[in-house]
Design a protein around this ligand. Sequence first.
Ligand code: ADP
Length: 280
Amino acid sequence: MVTTPAISVDALLKRYPRVTALDGISLDIPTGCIYGLVGPNGAGKSTLIKCLVGALRPTGGSIRVLSIDPTEDRWRLRRRIGYMPQEIALYDDLTVRQNVRFFGSAHMRHGLDDAVDRVLAFVALTDRADAAIHTLSGGMRQRVSLAAALVHPLDVAILDEPTSGVDPELRRAFWDGFRRLRDGGATVIVSTHQMSEVVECDRVAILDHGRIVVEETPADLIARGARRVRIRRRDGTVEEVPVGDYRQELPGILGVDVEAIELVQEPLEDVVLRLIGGSR
Ligand code: ADP
C-alpha cells in the first residue's frame, strides 16, 4: 500500500539578498514517525520549518503538508498542526494556564480545560500554572511554548529546537512525549543542533548550508561509522585495529594469544560531524 507522506517538499529554495538559506531541499516525511531536522546553526532548519507552516514564502519549489500547500492555505493547515517556533511568543502578563488556554481556544472548545491540564503535566508545569510568564526562567517559558503548540488535537507537530536549554531529565520526558504522540498516529518533526539527539528520531535529514547532506535512519548513520576492534593480548599489550566486516576479518586479526576483545564503534556525533565537514 502506498501512503501519501505527511509532508512532501520538492526543490525548495529560499533566497535572501546575501544568503541562500534553502538551496534545493527535497524530502518526503512519512506519516507517523519522529523526523529529525539536524544541523549546525545557520544550516536552514528554522527557515525550512517556517516554510512548512506557511510563515515564510519560499523563493521556489513546492511543499505539501497533509496535502495542503502552506503558502496558499496556511490557516486551514494551522488547525491540524502544532507549531512551536524558536522565538517564544507568549503573553508576558498572562499566567501559564491562560497562555496555553488562549492558544488552545483558537482550535478547540470541548475538553479544553482537560487538554490544558494534560499538556501542563506533560511539560512539568502544573505547579506553576498560575504564575505570570514574566516571572518564569527562559527554560520554563520554552516549556510553556511547547505546551501551547501541543494543547489541541493534531496530525503533525512541527517543533523548532524544543529541547534546547532543557535539562537532561526533562529532555528525556519530552522525547517520551514525542514518542507517545507518534504512537498515537501523529507525525512529529523536531529540529535540533544537538547531534546526540539523532538517535531519538526514526529518521533524520542532516542539513548544512541549506542542503540535505544525508537523509536516512539513525541505524544507517551509525553503520557509516568507522569500527575498530580493541584487542588485549595475554602479555598485557592492547592494540586497536580498524575493521570493515569484522565477522570475516576477526579470525585473521586475532591470532592465538588473545585475552579479551572489544568492538569500538565511532560515536554517532562524530559520523554526523564528518558528514557535515565533507559537504563544505
Ligand atoms: P538554523 O535554523 O539551522 O540555525 P536558519 O534557517 O535560521 O538556520 O538560517 C539559515 C540561513 O539563512 C542563515 O545563514 C541565516 O543567517 C539566514 N537567514 C535566516 N533568516 C534570514 C533573514 N530574515 N534575512 C536574511 N538571512 C536570513
